[in-house]
Each structure stands twice: as C-alpha cells, then as structure tokens.
Design a binder for this molecule. Structure first.
Ligand code: ATP
Ligand code: MG
Length: 555
C-alpha cells in the first residue's frame, strides 16, 4: 500500500515518541456494529486497518462494537467474521465491546467520583432543547450540581433496573458553552431493558458510542484508531474521556473519508430496509453492495482489495464511479477465467450443405478453441460443431442496419473457430417471428486451415444445437436509480432472467465457477439458484460486462 496521510501521522508519532509509541507495536482495529452485513465501505476500512498494521509489523483486532442491544444479532456477528476472512484478513484478537461492560461501568463511576459526570433526570427532548445552537450556548441541567454520592447511588439504581428507558441518563460534565456541540455535557450512559445478544438481560444501562469507543480502544492497547470523517468532531470527546480517566499512552483517533459509490447506497439501515421489505432476495442479493452480495455476484477478494487500494484514503468525502469497481473485477478476472461459448436469445441456423448425420443423429466434428485471449496458459478445449447450430439473436438482422457486418440475408460471416457461412434464407413461424436461418458453409474456410482469398467483416460465436446445454442467466442493473428529483430510489427492474444455450462443457461447471461467456461478459455459477432450478439447469449470475466506458484518469 502506498504511503498515505495516515501512515505519515504514524511515522511522525513513531519518530517523536508522542503518545508513548516508541517500541510499542502499532495496533489498529476494525470495529463494526453487528447490526447488519458488511458492505464495500466497510471493506475500505478493513483494508486500511489491516494493511496499516501489516505495514508496521503491528496487529489488528476485529472488535464487535455491540453496545446497542435490540439492533444487534449473532447472525450479523457470524457474517462479519466470514466476510473479513473472505476478504483475506486474519485478526489478532476477536473482541466484543460487551465483554468490557464491567470495566466501562467502573470508568463511569470513576468519572462521577472525579466530579466529571452526573445523573440527569431530563427527558431526551429536554436535553436536546437545552443544548443550544452553533451560535448560542446551551443551558445547564438543573441536576448538574448533584453531589458525588447521590450520583453514584442513582447510577447504581439505573444499573439495577430501577428506571425505565429515558427516565435517567448519565452525562459528562464538560461545558455547556463549548463551541463543539459534542462537548456540551454529552450523554455517556442510557437505560435500556432490551435483550443483548451477548449479555442477555444482565445490564439495564448501556454506554454511548462516544464513551465506549475510546475505552474499548484503550483496553485493547490500540495505538491508532482509524475511523470515518463523521467522527472528526467527536475526537475532542474521545480524548476527553481518556484524559479524564488519566489513561496512560492513550490511542490516537485518525479520520478518513467514507466511501460512497454511484448507483448504490452504503448505509446498513437502508440496505436492511430493502431486505426486510423483500425488495431484494436477501443481504447477499447480487445487486447489493454488501460483501456477501459482491461475493455472490462473482467479485473476488483480490478485485475488492485492489479497488480499495486504488481509491486510496483522503480527508474529503467523494463519490467513486461504480464503473471503477467494475473495472477492477474485470481486470482481475481477465487473465484468470476460461472462456465458453454461450448463445443469448438463440436463433437456429441450419447449414444446408453440411453433411447430415447417420442414424445416431447429427454428425459432429470437433474444433479447437483457445480458453483465453488474454492468457495462453489457460490452453485449449474442443467444442462440437455440426449441421445445426445456435447463434445470438443480436447477431442476425433481417434488414441490416448501417455498418452491421454480422448475419443478414446474402451476407457471409466467420463462425469463430469453425467455418465461413452465408445466410441464404429466413424461415419464419406463422406469427412472423424467425424460426431458423438456412445457410451454407464453405468447407475450405475451416479455421486454422488456410483462409480463402476473400475477407469477411463479422465474426460471431455459436453453439452446436444437439449438444447445447440450457442454462439460466441473471443479468443485473444497478440497485439504485435516480428519480426526477435526482435522489436515489430502489430500481425494481434491475434483474433480467434469460434462458441461454451453452456449449456442453458448461454442464460440468463447478459451484461458484467463473467464466467469460465469449463476447458477453463474466459470469459465475450460483449454486444456491442451481439447486432450486426447476429444470435442473445451471444458473449463472452476470458479474460484469466486457466493456466499460470508464477510463483511468489521463488516458
Ligand atoms: P452504516 O451507516 O452503514 O451502518 P456504520 O459506520 O454505522 O455504517 P459500523 O459498523 O459502525 O458502521 O462501521 C464499522 C467501521 O467501518 C467504522 O470504523 C466505520 O467508520 C467504517 N465504515 C462504515 N461505513 C464506511 C464507508 N462507507 N466507508 C469507509 N468506512 C466505513
Ligand atoms: Mg454505526
């Protein structure tokens, strides 16, 4: 990973011995809240925290920031572990913030004893209404002057379940006139009787993020706490908590820009809404920007890591074009996967002068095809060819458009890896749709065995009809589209299902195997959908098309 501003800060800290870092390993963490599946924004944070630790020979923890009962669930805990590992990272320790609840409670009592926290009886509305504005100071709570003993007793009663949610909170005693709103006596603890996924009903009070997070970091010996930009204004509070507790060698919080990508959303709350409303097939729907969705879509960990590395880290939020993400997966797959012939919207072609078979059906011959244009190491395969084949619907036009060089009546094209054929006649169904094309081939044009003296402009692919394998293919648009006001809304028309014909070897595709479907794009076998496939057909998801209008900057 290139040096970035975060690494520059760390270098400075190491050089100056500031925060007591000399001799201490650099320690980072990735701290998701287990209230949903991880998305590609999290992948950016994961890559950054893990590779930073790696760069300095340090360590990185996976820590579940599970201080919010009610919204959190073990399903999410498990999916997060799976996703981090799948991305290619292994944590030093697996931690749960909830394992520190005793210690956090003790820290809160310590703040009370130091006169730095008090129990407030005001409602959430009252607290909000007395916070003041950016231009005017807030008003102090009537309970701000409570004595230490009374505060300790009330806080203990809160812990023991004597109060309902919202009846009382613990607040830091800082400065109601601070220009930073986060410093105006922020709430540190609240009452909640919700069941916690880890601690059950043991607790009736739960720490707020701004209080819990610095303590979690400090307990684990984190040296650099990397988080997104929205926490920049919270940094004084992060530092205040640890200063007030006189924590030695406290961690340093460094913020970086959140990842946003066009045509999708990156908020667990919004993504969960799509799942709960049944608008997508689940957290791993191939249109979702979740790691699980991208995995099912056929993205590789290498492609996602390369994307995260190339977008880099900065201090200003910006939106990355989704085509850059697509470029990264195409770039990763192009030399890795083999090509197969698959015909979409099939049109049957009968080669009338090709020898018909005997009693056993059509006489097939076998032609050799390269498995990859990009990577000769992927070798060759043989593919059957015969009198009846299918070609793509798009490769035929009864009345050709300008500059259309593929099949149309009277025109000759090259069948990739086989012969030149000329279209002589279009046979139609009674409803006027195309039934089949009658063509003739030139036996002297077999690929690799010398070319005749004439040129053809179009080369198309094909699949021999009697051995063709029927498959189902899902193609995807973007999750979100812009509405009239320019805002994103879910696009319900972002999936298309197609029945296609593939060359016979596609029958042997393994679960999760990826291919390039020649001239179409990259596809992955979807084992879940194949298992549920009514006719037993293999089902494929489109990973990405072949071409993009996206160009690297300056090219
Ligand atoms: P969401 O709003 O999607 O729920 P979050 O920030 O609440 O996101 P957390 O589980 O708290 O999600 O995030 C864990 C870590 O991942 C945090 O350090 C957070 O800063 C980082 N993170 C979350 N979203 C992004 C993003 N879009 N880009 C970069 N980092 C992110
Ligand atoms: Mg969050």
């Amino acid at each position: 990973m290139d040096n970035n501003f975060i690494h520059e800060f760390i270098d400075e800290d190491i050089a100056s011995g500031r925060y007591g870092y000399e001799g201490k390993p650099i320690y980072t963490r990735f701290p998701p809240e287990p209230n949903g599946y991880l998305h590609i924004g999290h992948a950016k944070a994961i890559c950054l925290s893990f590779t930073t630790a790696r760069k300095y020979g340090g360590k990185c923890n996976l820590r579940f920031d599970d201080t919010n009962p009610g919204k959190e669930d073990t399903e999410y805990v498990e999916s997060i572990e799976e996703d981090v590992r799948w991305l290619g990272f292994e944590w030093d320790k697996l931690c749960f913030a909830s394992n520190y609840f005793d210690r956090m409670y003790e820290c809160a009592c310590e703040l009370i004893r130091r006169g730095l926290a008090y129990v407030d009886d005001q409602t959430a509305d009252e607290i909000r209404d007395t916070r003041g504005t950016l231009t005017s100071p807030g008003a102090e709570s009537p309970h701000r002057g409570r004595g230490i003993d009374e505060n300790l007793r009330l806080f203990e009663e809160m812990k023991n379940g004597a109060y309902e949610a919202g009846e009382k909170v613990l607040r830091a005693k800082i400065d109601m006139a601070s220009p930073n709103m986060n410093m105006r006596d922020p709430v540190l603890y609240r009452v909640s009787h919700a069941e916690h996924h880890n601690t059950g009903s043991a607790w009736s009070v739960y720490p707020m993020y701004d209080f819990a997070h610095p303590i979690e970091d400090a307990i684990e010996g984190i040296t650099h706490s990397l988080c997104t930009l929205e926490f920049e204004d919270h940094r004084p509070l992060y530092d205040w908590v640890l200063d007030s507790l006189e924590w030695p060698a406290a961690p340093r919080q460094i913020e970086f820009a959140r990842l946003a990508i066009t045509h999708t959303v990156m908020s667990k709350r919004l993504l969960k809404g799509l799942v709960d409303d049944g608008q997508v097939r689940g957290w791993d729907d191939p249109r979702m920007p979740t790691i699980a969705g991208l995995r099912r879509r056929g993205y590789t960990p290498e492609a996602i890591r390369s994307f995260c590395e190339q977008i880099g880290v900065s201090k200003s939020n910006s939106e990355v074009d989704v085509e850059f993400l697509e470029h990264c997966v195409r770039d990763d797959l192009k030399a890795k996967v083999e090509s197969r012939n698959v015909v979409f919207d099939p049109v049957k072609v009968i080669i009338t002068n090709y020898p018909a078979g005997g009693e056993s059906g059509a006489a097939l011959e076998y032609v050799t095809m390269e498995n990859s244009r990009e990577n000769p190491e992927l070798g060759f395969r043989t593919v059957p060819f015969g009198r009846e084949i299918y070609v793509d619907g798009d490769d035929f036009m009864e009345v050709p458009a300008k500059k259309y060089f593929r099949l149309f009546p009277g025109n000759e094209v090259r069948l990739k890896g086989a012969y030149f054929i000329t279209c002589n006649e279009v046979v139609k169904h009674p409803d006027g749709s195309v039934k089949e094309l009658l063509c003739t081939y030139d036996p002297a044009t077999k690929s690799g065995e010398g070319e005749p003296g004439r040129k053809v402009k179009g080369t198309i692919h094909w699949v021999e009809a009697s051995s063709a394998v029927k498959i189902r293919v899902f193609e995807y648009g973007y999750l979100m589209k812009e509405n009239e006001d320019g805002a994103y809304e879910f696009d319900p028309n972002s999936v298309r299902e197609k029945i296609c014909y593939a060359e016979p070897s596609v029958r042997d595709a393994m679960a999760g195997e990826r291919f390039q479907f020649f001239r179409h794009g990259y596809y992955i076998e979807d084992a879940k959908l194949t298992d549920a496939s009514p006719g037993g057909e293999k089902v494929f998801n489109q990973i990405v098309g072949l071409k993009s209008s996206w160009k690297p900057e300056g090219k």
